[in-house]
Structure formats: C-alpha cells, structure tokens
Ligand binder design. Structure first.
Ligand code: GRF
Length: 190
C-alpha cells in the first residue's frame, strides 16, 4: 500500500510537479493532495492539470493558530501521512511541527547548514563561495535545521547573479527532492 503524501506550495510549484510526476509505478508514495496557502498560486493550476486533488488554506486575515488548525484538518481529511513542503513560504509553529514529527520534509536552496532562511543564493555570491546547492531535510522546530536527507551541489560561476545561480540550483532540486522522498518512504516502517 503506498503512503499518501501531501505537497504544500505557495508559488509556481515546480518542485511539486517534479515530486508528483515521480510518484508513479512502483513508487512507495502517491500524491493525495496539493495544498497552497495562497489562492492564486500558479502551482494549483499545474496540479489540477495533472488531475491531482488541490486545496487552499488562506493564511491572510487569520491568526497563526486558526490557519494551522484548518491546515492540519485539511491535510488529515485528505488522508495525508507524509508532508512535502515545496516552495511553501509559511513558517510553521512548533505545535504543528510536533504533530508531523519525522513525517515532514522540505527542500531548501542552500547547502545546509549554510544559509538557513532567505536570499540564500545572494548570500553565497556575497561570501564568494565556489559552490552552492540545495538540501532536502526533515522539518524540525529549528528553521531549516532538521536532519539532512540529501544534498546536491553546483559550481558558482564568475558571471553568476542570484537569478542565474537559482536557476542552476532549481534543476538539481527537481532531481534531488524526488530521489530523497522515494528513499525516505522506502525506509519508513510499513
Ligand atoms: C525553490 O528554490 C525552492 O528551493 C524554494 O522555493 C523555490 C521555488 O520553488 N523552497 P517552486 O518552483 O515553487 O517549487
């Protein structure tokens, strides 16, 4: 029986597409829901074009507690057992994270533990790093601080801007995240 996986997005959802497309055939997981905190997220239409169930839980005008209560109920209502954050831009409270401990993954566009938080590519350029990359990690109460499940590295080129570097890293994200999710699900106790 495959594990129901909910993918959480806030934007274009390119990582969501890569994950959803990877969950076919003998894959140990299946995408049970694509959920966005933003009603206009481009990833919603992309998910619907794949025939995936979608939901919106809008964070605007609501307390963090109200938002997370509906988020949690929606996820569990769709039978999700594992969460994959994919360009999901809300910081979740320790209480929510505890409810999904060990079952929530995220992709972060840096070689953790370097550059947790935002603007990771510009920070790598400013530091003169020779390489950059992305990390898939388990989500814990420490922002971008959980156990790393996998990383991918790319060279930083002399003419790079944050945009050109982000585009090079994004290609690796689309390869790394599906690989890490599959490995994670295969290791989970039945
Ligand atoms: C990606 O760089 C990802 O690492 C970060 O959000 C960016 C956009 O992701 N978390 P997507 O195209 O919405 O999947």
């Amino acid at each position: 029986m495959s594990t129901p996986v909910a993918i959480l997005i806030s934007g274009g959802g390119s990582n969501m597409l890569a994950l959803a497309r990877s969950m076919t055939g003998d894959h140990p997981g299946r995408c049970c829901l694509v959920l966005s905190n933003r009603p206009g997220a481009g990833g919603l239409a992309r998910a619907e074009s794949l025939g995936l169930a979608t939901a919106v839980v809008d964070h605007r005008g609501r307390s963090r507690e109200e938002f997370e209560a509906e988020l949690d109920a929606t996820l569990r209502g769709h039978g999700a057992e594992v969460l994959a954050l994919a360009g999901f831009m809300r910081i979740l409270t320790p209480g929510f994270i505890r409810g999904w401990a060990g079952r929530m993954l995220n992709i972060h566009p840096s070689l953790l533990p370097k550059y947790p938080g935002l603007h990771t590519h510009q920070r790598a350029l400013d530091a003169g790093d020779a390489e950059a990359g992305c990390s898939v990690h388990l989500v814990t109460e420490e922002l971008d601080g959980g156990p790393v499940l996998g990383q991918a590295r790319v060279p930083v080129l002399p003419e790079d801007t944050a945009e050109t570097l982000a585009a090079r890293v994004l290609v690796e994200e689309h390869r790394l995240y599906p690989q890490c999710l599959r490995d994670f699900l295969e290791r989970r106790p039945a």
